[in-house]
Design a protein around this ligand. Structure first.
Ligand code: FAD
Length: 141
């Protein structure tokens, strides 16, 4: 059975450094491929928004590990659902720097030209991720 989990969190010591981001992405791409997990990591200097897809057991285990990671805090699940198919099958962990996203795209889903998943919630955050895929804003693998 496949599930999709979306969560948001706050970076403990902002701003996010390239070294921290690179370390997270490296371990993600290495381990997610083995666990059959795909997804996207969206980031700003202060926040993470991540979607994870895969089997219920592997996604739950990974989420518990991520939630305990001291590099971020205030980890909140925005949505969790059973799914028939993946939305992000091509990414072991795609990445999006929200600072480089077209402001009009952000404004479509938010009150401000910025992303605040804690305010806009799961549906709008997922719709934003879908749009970022459609506009080829996601990089990585
Ligand atoms: P170990 O590497 O054995 O580390 C032990 C502990 O130290 C863990 O709590 C770990 O979180 C923490 N830790 C590891 N490196 C650092 C560091 N540089 N600074 C401070 N603490 C550290 N992992 C995945 O496999 N897939 C993902 O998709 C994924 N996404 C992530 C998204 C975010 C926003 C964050 C913050 C982390 C993510 N991680 C992801 C990393 C995950 O939290 C674990 O660090 C990683 O999976 C290794 O787990 P481990 O139990 O082997 O920890």
């Amino acid at each position: 059975m496949l599930v999709r989990l979306l969560y948001a969190s706050r970076i403990v010591t902002p701003p996010l450094t390239p070294e921290t981001l690179d370390a997270i992405l490296a371990v993600s791409r290495q381990r997610n491929v083995v666990a059959g997990i795909t997804g996207i990591l969206c980031y700003t200097p202060e926040l993470f928004l991540q979607v994870l897809e895969g089997g219920r057991g592997p996604v739950s285990a990974l989420y518990n590990r991520i939630a305990a990671d001291p590099r971020h805090t205030s980890v909140e699940i925005l949505s969790f659902e059973e799914i028939c198919e993946r939305r992000f099958p091509n990414w072991t962990m795609g990445q999006v720097n929200v600072g480089k996203v077209n402001p009009a795209t952000l404004l479509k889903y938010s009150e401000q030209v910025s992303i605040d998943p804690f305010r806009v919630g799961g549906r709008a955050s997922m719709a934003l991720l879908d749009e970022l895929i459609a506009t080829a804003a996601i990089v990585g693998r």
